[in-house]
Design a protein around this ligand. Structure first.
Ligand SMILES: [Zn+2]
Length: 244
């Protein structure tokens, strides 16, 4: 019943020097103090969890991809906790969340990687055939994608979703709270990125287009509306206009 007694002595000693940082940490701190005073302690499930989180925190390492993004965008402070949470806040389906997870961990396969492992005959970009197809090139620097992003921005503005520009951070990590349409905009951005990626996977490798993006968006809207209706939840209103 005593979770702390069940821990290896080395862990117990490291927990003794533990300093509370968050509100819930005070529970653990009190528990340690009580144990030091040799008093009986009632251990709840929540306390076990707190101990688990504290022990795990000592062994946690930031993903290598995170350090590479931090180097890439060294001029901008990045809130990684919020960046990791964002896809789960704005998308309903696991496929979309997984897609952004792969981008954040730089493990979304592109021609540059597929060529190295012998699965593609060339590392060049599917759309422009001019430069190595890395994540950065595919979503930011490719002139074909760039044209799609310009169309995307003007389409958003046509729908009264205010969007002046898309920075490199916006395109890869998400748009941060610059306007009231922050959640909707990030949802649209995720679908747009999926559309770009899907285009390179097509049999004919077609270039990303707003027309195909719109039909995909319409399909997602219909599906999610049906899911919400069947769950008896209120329907989310998407602004009218454009090609929706
Ligand atoms: Zn390209």
């Amino acid at each position: 019943m005593r979770v702390i007694d069940a821990l290896p002595v080395q862990w117990q000693n490291s927990l003794m020097s533990f300093e509370p940082r968050h509100k819930k940490d005070f529970v653990l701190n009190d528990l340690i103090q009580l144990r030091v005073r040799k008093q009986d302690v009632l251990l709840s499930k929540a306390v076990s969890k707190t101990i688990y989180v504290e022990v795990r925190r000592k062994f946690e390492k930031a993903p290598t991809a995170q350090a590479r993004f931090t180097d890439q965008f060294f001029n901008s402070p990045l809130d990684w906790k919020a960046i990791y949470k964002l896809p789960f806040k704005v998308a309903m389906d696991t496929k979309t969340c997984e897609f952004q997870y792969k981008i954040l961990n730089k493990c979304l396969p592109t021609n540059s990687f597929l060529y190295k492992v012998g699965l593609k005959p060339s590392p060049l970009c599917t759309f422009c055939d001019e430069e190595s197809e890395t994540l950065k090139h595919l979503f930011i620097y490719c002139h074909v994608t760039e044209k799609f992003w310009l169309d995307f921005i003007s389409w958003c503005n046509k729908l009264n979703i205010s969007l002046d520009e898309l920075t490199d951070i916006d395109k890869l990590l998400g748009i941060w709270e610059r306007n009231e349409d922050f959640l909707l905009l990030n949802h649209l951005l995720l679908i747009a990125k999926q559309h770009i990626y899907d285009c390179r996977n097509n049999y004919k490798s077609t270039c990303p287009s707003l027309r195909v993006f719109n039909s995909k968006l319409n399909y997602i809207y219909q599906t999610e509306s049906m899911v919400m209706k069947s769950n008896n939840k209120e329907q989310i209103l998407i602004p009218n206009g454009g090609n929706m």
